[in-house]
Design a protein around this ligand. Sequence first.
Ligand SMILES: Cc1cc2nc3c(=O)[nH]c(=O)nc-3n(C[C@H](O)[C@H](O)[C@H](O)COP(=O)(O)OP(=O)(O)OC[C@H]3O[C@@H](n4cnc5c(N)ncnc54)[C@H](O)[C@@H]3O)c2cc1C
Length: 303
Amino acid sequence: MYDIIIVGGGPAGLTAALYAKRAGFSTLLLEGGVLGGQAAATPDIENWPGTRHISGSDFAANLYEQSRALGAELRLEAATALEAEGALRRVSTSAGRYEARCVILANGVKRRKLGVPGEERLAGRGVSYCATCDGNFFRGKEVAVVGGGNTALEDALYLAALCPKVHLIHRRERFTGDAHLVDSVRDVANIRRCMDTRVLEIQGEASVSALRLEGPRGAHILPVSGVFAAVGLIPDNEAFAPPLELDAYGYLQAGCDCRTPLPGVFAAGDTRSKQLRQLVTAAADGATAAFQAGLYLHEMQPV
Ligand SMILES: Cc1cc2nc3c(=O)[nH]c(=O)nc-3n(C[C@H](O)[C@H](O)[C@H](O)COP(=O)(O)OP(=O)(O)OC[C@H]3O[C@@H](n4cnc5c(N)ncnc54)[C@H](O)[C@@H]3O)c2cc1C
């Protein structure tokens, strides 16, 4: 029986473990993939406040070491179900079933891939899934954004302030994002809209040099230094619903206090409904969720 079980060892979960241990709570951290989460796969981080540059693997290792030194218990197991019985919360994995008075879900998201040749090989070398994260590396260079929803439109606007030209490539005739974003994109001179166009291949040796596209006038090559895939995030929360409810996009419903509608269960980081999914917001959620769990534990009767 733990005070707090944390599901997910990314920036949100590891920060929650750090805060929970410093507040004196017994803590079990379950990680079903790679410790550090998405951050572990990031070659360069330049927007962690107070640190000009750090590799994702060093960032993840530092975070883990900090919570481990405080005594957070870690099991490399994926959570497969959440149950509530009175004030008791249970988390199942393929290896067992664990009980706690609180659960913090910090299981993150996955980034949808384009699924074209060259994408895997050039990931982190011109292929990016996050304009806010990597845009600065492409300052002064010509880039492409692939997608037609709000994220793609926002990414194009963000990059247009850094890059001389942004090619916004969408496979349909119309964007699916909000009208005000579509209007904003149309008004920015250095965003070129390429409708009805598909990416066939990402080309380059050491880094991205061009895209092979198929558009209304057939196949052609577009020279670019970077390509931002903005074709969606994939939340993976079915294991926890029920007892929790998901929003229309599959994210866990929780506000800035990270409390879900189920008392004693909190959602932190990219997995919860929010607008900005970044390291700093994930870590902030981890701290908030652990703090709120502490308040809840002090208020509740012993199980
Ligand atoms: C390529 C890339 C580059 C990025 N670069 C930056 C950057 O430079 N700056 C920035 O601010 N942000 C960046 N981001 C975004 C940032 O990494 C995320 O916003 C942040 O990692 C979210 O943290 P999280 O802990 O909420 O989720 P995640 O990092 O997704 O971690 C969730 C963890 O939970 C685990 N998990 C999932 N399901 C289960 C389960 N059922 N049981 C147990 N464990 C589970 C996963 O294996 C994972 O380790 C980048 C993202 C990517 C993909």
